[in-house]
Write a protein that binds this ligand. Structure first.
Ligand code: DGJ
Length: 729
């Protein structure tokens, strides 16, 4: 719900448990008043505190009204370089006369039911206008004619507020916009820890927590993709906040390219949070009459610690970010041939894997890298999307038929954004890759990146993929992306627009994804970027699941999936059982544990089943049966991170069905120790006054005993795992 108190000049955005307020100060300045626990009145929000700062210049417009105040001392709703606010600006532009001063005045507002789409960009959505209200506040710079619209949506069923900004050039000269954050939130204090998800290839989204100090603390990507290294998410939490308690403010960027996000703490101990497209190597030339739309930020306040924050992000993203048939439908259990064969396969080998996998209860065969061009290693053929008939004499249609005849569905891998210098495509179009004239082209994994800002490249790739997908009943696509951007430049853009390349690439990619996925609504699309390198909210508008990491080791996956769950639901996390010793870290863990960890996402397999014993195959069969009996709870219920691998030698996760009738708990021992006794693990989210029966043993426990005393779990051996299912009786 959003209201405007005309008398007090305060906008009040409310979600079920949170409030967010913006005031119009002195008739022109938008002051950030509040974000936190829901309040029902605006009285007293405009405090009487001094609005001056030492060494702060008095704002000229306010001075004219007889108000002595500096914007440096006022919490700003959005901040501009060149005002008297000398903190980090959310906006910076260079005008035709060379000036860099932006001075925005409140102009008008509109409140509407629902949530408008963001043109060409991914965003959360509503299915019905009653689900949310949207506030658009317009501000104007009288001198330059530049106008900004601050857009806010308050959801009625989720404690989430979304923000984005539109820049409109209503003037008569071009403007170069070189910083445009999607949000700016000024907090009155700085007593926070910052939590973010960082990592690397095969070690994505590990949780980091640090205290704030004066100055800027920032996470960012300049890699052309959101990256393995920093996820476009951070939270500010009060120092004592934990999974269950405390104030937490979460920010998640619905964008997949370069970003910057973080805080600046000023000398008065106040915190300014920001998130947006990275201003490094970004500038957008806005001609008169043009509009630039900055991507969406989703902001979640939780009074109940990280657990409550994650619940909101998880639910919102699963139901109002993900789209299409597979948003709600159960997905096939797949086997992927990558770790089984790498590039070394032929049709017979793939058919053998499919036959054995079918016996083990697996439902879909996914053919990974190496099926096209003459690709026997990673040094060629990206861009040549036609089957290698040496490996696949009957082409993709022939293989799909054989796999379908076995009773399995078929899925296929692509890396559409890439081009190998050794490819027919590169020989025909050497200027189709990102590059800068006169500079040598730096390869990574022997490949260059197609310039997705170009419409001819977009059309070629769209047609190539559609041709393959139309050639046979392909029911799943894995869309991979295996390098970061260097030498970012486009052969088609004029010099003054070169700094638009990285963002234009993202817009081009989003448009290609929309086009292809729109044409194949029944195909399940899984995203991938060398594992979870671009596993962000922007991508999850298109893909229904994402390959969480190239690290398939069960223990490593506990850290990765635990961190990922801060924002993403289990239903998004592609998670496979692979061979031991594990190919990434060499660890040997039981098949049972590998199965349980993979069940905490979208279960799949990625190993050579033809080399497994009958006992192992029947264990896989049982795993799939068990998974199918609980996946509804894991994918649609609420997740509770009971024990963190980052803080313990154990991991415990619990998933509780929305109606609280079933709870599934997984408990893992990472490393055992001598002289240990049982550990009590307290469950959460149950009906306190009801009884639950443990499915495995028939024992009966009351909800409040499970939540307050907990259940006694054996300390366990290295890499051991178990699953407990509680049914309400
Ligand atoms: C990186 C992916 O993450 C892997 O799963 C696999 O598809 C390879 N690329 C193939 O090159």
């Amino acid at each position: 719900m959003i209201t405007f108190d005309k008398e007090k000049q305060i906008f009040h955005l409310q979600t079920p448990n949170t409030s967010y307020m913006i005031g119009i100060y002195g008739g022109y300045l938008l002051e950030h008043l509040y974000w936190g626990k829901r309040v029902d009145s605006t009285s007293g929000m405009f405090g009487t505190e001094s609005r001056t700062a030492s060494f702060g210049a008095n704002d000229a417009e306010l001075s004219e009204q007889g108000i002595s105040a500096s914007t440096d001392a006022i919490p700003q709703e959005y901040s501009f370089y060149g005002s008297c606010d000398l903190r980090k600006p959310a906006f910076h532009a260079i005008y035709a006369d060379g000036s860099r001063i932006t001075k925005m005045k409140y102009d008008s507002y509109v409140i509407k039911a629902g949530k408008p789409k963001l043109c060409g960009l991914p965003a959360t959505y509503v299915e019905n206008d009653s689900e949310a209200d949207t506030l658009e506040i317009s501000v104007k710079d009288e001198l330059t004619g530049l106008k900004l619209i601050y857009r806010y949506t308050a959801f009625n069923n989720y404690d989430a507020i979304t923000r984005n900004v539109e820049v409109i050039n209503d003037g008569d000269a071009a403007v170069s916009v070189d910083t445009v954050m999607s949000c700016n939130v000024d907090f009155t204090g700085a007593d926070f820890d910052m939590i973010n998800l960082s990592g690397s290839w095969a070690r994505e989204r590990h949780i980091e927590r640090r205290a704030l100090g004066t100055g800027t603390t920032k996470i960012e990507s300049r890699r052309g993709s959101s990256s393995h290294h920093q996820s476009p998410f951070f939270a500010l939490a009060e120092k004592t906040a934990n999974e269950k308690h405390g104030d937490v403010y979460g920010f998640s960027f619905v964008y997949s390219g370069n970003f910057e996000a973080g805080v600046e703490v000023d000398t008065y101990g106040r915190t300014r949070a920001f998130m947006g497209i990275n201003s490094c190597d970004f500038a957008w030339l806005l001609e008169p009459g043009e509009t630039f739309t900055a991507p969406e930020v989703v902001m979640v306040y939780s009074a109940g610690g990280f657990g409550e924050m994650s619940k909101t992000f998880n639910r919102l993203y699963q139901k109002r970010l993900a789209r299409g048939k597979y948003r709600d439908a159960e997905r096939p259990v797949l086997i992927n041939n990558w770790e089984a064969t790498y590039f070394n396969f032929d049709e017979d080998k793939i058919v053998d894997i499919a036959k054995t996998a079918k016996k083990a209860g697996i439902e879909m065969l996914v053919l990974d890298d190496g099926w096209f061009g003459k690709r026997d290693s990673d040094n060629c053929s990206l861009g040549d999307w036609y089957a290698d008939t040496k490996k696949l004499p009957n082409g993709i249609p022939g293989l799909v038929k054989k796999v379908n005849d076995i009773g399995m569905k078929f899925g296929l891998w692509f890396e559409p954004e890439m081009i190998s210098p050794d490819s027919d495509l590169y020989r025909a179009h050497p200027d189709w890759c990102l590059h800068v004239k006169g500079r040598k082209r730096s390869e990574s994994r022997n490949q260059l990146i197609l310039d997705f800002s170009r419409s001819d490249v977009q059309e070629y790739i769209t047609k190539s993929l559609k041709d393959v997908l139309n050639s046979a009943p392909i029911e799943y696509v894995k869309w991979d992306m295996n390098r970061n951007m260097t030498c970012i430049g486009s052969a088609l853009l004029p010099p003054e627009r070169q700094a638009e390349t990285a963002h234009r690439y993202m817009l081009g990619l989003y448009s290609v994804l929309e086009n292809i996925m729109g044409s194949f609504p029944d195909v399940l699309f899984e995203g991938c970027s060398g594992g979870g390198g671009r596993f962000d909210a922007g991508m999850m508008y298109y893909f229904n699941q994402y390959w969480t990491s190239d690290d398939t080791d069960a223990i490593e996956r506990m850290y990765i999936q635990h961190g990922t769950s801060l924002v993403m639901p289990a239903a998004f996390m592609g998670s496979h059982v692979s061979a031991v010793p594990n190919h990434q870290v060499g660890r040997v863990s039981p098949l049972k544990t590998r199965g349980y960890v993979a069940m905490c996402g979208q279960l799949g397999y990625e190993l050579d089943v033809t080399k497994m014993s009958d006992e192992e195959l029947s264990e896989i069969n049982e795993q799939i049966e068990v998974y199918k009996s609980v996946r509804g709870v894991i994918h649609n219920g609420d997740m509770y991170r009971l024990v963190s691998p980052f803080e313990s030698s154990h991991t415990a996760w619990e998933y509780v069905a929305e109606d609280k009738k079933t709870a599934v708990m997984f408990y893992f021992t990472i490393m055992t120790a001598p002289s240990v006794i049982n550990k009590y693990v307290k469950l959460e989210g149950l009906e306190a006054d009801k009884l639950y029966k443990l499915r495995e043993t028939g024992e009966v426990y009351s909800g409040d005993v499970l939540m307050n005393r907990g259940i006694s779990m054996p300390y366990g051996k290295d890499c051991e795992g178990c699953m407990l299912v509680f049914d309400l009786i």
